[in-house]
Design a protein around this ligand. Structure first.
Ligand code: GDP
Length: 282
């Protein structure tokens, strides 16, 4: 997992870099996590992207609650933003990106043809998103073959490279990386629950408390089933105790090891042991 320290200077630099890239492209593919489509967005994204055509890609839709994902697509479309649920790992929905892009950019390219340009250039796209949302996975998927990662070579200025996606679309090989909305504690907890930020950044037990309370409210049956609970205790410590006892998360002296419980629950969530979960609803 990539860890980026987002200090104000880094944020300013990231914004600058994305703004420069935007000059080269016709359309933005904004990648978000389908399980947390708002918390996995950059807070300034609308301002930064401004009036470029855009498609919101709800990535990792394979892990999200399918009904909620449908609601999100409708939610964005109501705001006149095209949204598409995809799974970059297996490629589900990825072909549709090209189809939608063509539809969206047709007027612009028809104008070019009307002006006498016989063979318009390829449509150019940029993928933007916060770290770990799946940008590299999607680039590789769209490219159709694995692209070697080229690190920064000191002293060598790398020109922007274009990746061909079929005949009509080109993709910038380096995505635009922006930061999430850290200031909001709940955003941080959601990013940690889904594994988008490292477990060392937030307190593991805090994250598990948040996740378990969420599950108890929105997915009580799955929580009961996974940990063989007859009832879900109201008290969060009692819930930790029950799960710990059932799963043998014990410290010396037979006490419950709360860190172990937290780890287990978060691992179960991230590996879909509780099924497909969405942590944000429109
Ligand atoms: P980046 O930092 O935005 O470039 O993110 P990566 O492409 O490195 O992906 C981060 C993690 O998410 C990796 O472990 C990927 O395998 C995983 N991932 C990416 N896309 C998907 C997806 O659609 N579904 C699932 N289940 N995992 C994904």
């Amino acid at each position: 997992m990539m860890t980026i320290q987002w200090f104000p200077g880094h944020m300013a630099k990231a914004k600058r870099e994305v703004t420069e890239k935007l000059k080269l492209i016709d359309i933005v593919f904004e990648l978000v996590d389908a399980r947390i489509p708002i918390s996995s967005r950059n807070p300034l994204i609308d301002e930064i992207v401004a009036n470029k055509p855009r498609i919101i890609l709800l990535n990792k839709a394979d892990m999200a609650d399918p009904d909620i994902t449908k609601q999100w697509v409708a939610f964005f479309e109501k705001q006149n933003v095209l949204a598409l649920a995809i799974d970059s790992q297996t490629g589900t929905g990825v072909k549709q990106i090209v189809t939608l892009t063509k539809e969206l950019l047709r007027p612009k390219f028809e104008k070019m043809i009307a002006k006498g340009i016989k063979k318009p250039r390829a449509m150019r796209a940029l993928i933007i998103g916060i770290p770990n949302v799946g940008k590299s996975t999607l680039i590789n998927r769209l490219a159709g073959k694995h692209i070697a990662k080229t690190g920064d070579i000191p002293g060598v200025t790398k020109a922007q490279q274009w990746i061909k996606v079929g005949k009509e679309l080109e993709l910038l090989d380096t995505p635009g990386i922006l930061w999430p909305k850290f200031e909001d504690e709940e955003v941080g907890l959601k990013l940690a629950t889904t594994g988008a930020i490292k477990d060392t950044i937030l307190n593991l037990q805090d994250v598990a408390v948040y996740a378990l309370k969420f599950l108890a409210t929105y997915y009580p049956e799955r929580l009961k089933e996974r940990y063989s609970l007859v009832e879900i205790p109201e008290d969060i410590v009692a819930l930790f105790d029950e799960i710990g006892k059932k799963r043998g998360c014990l410290a010396s002296g037979g006490l419950i090891d709360y860190d172990k419980v937290a780890e287990l629950v978060l691992r179960d969530i991230r590996t879909e042991k509780l099924g497909r979960l969405s942590f944000e609803r429109p």
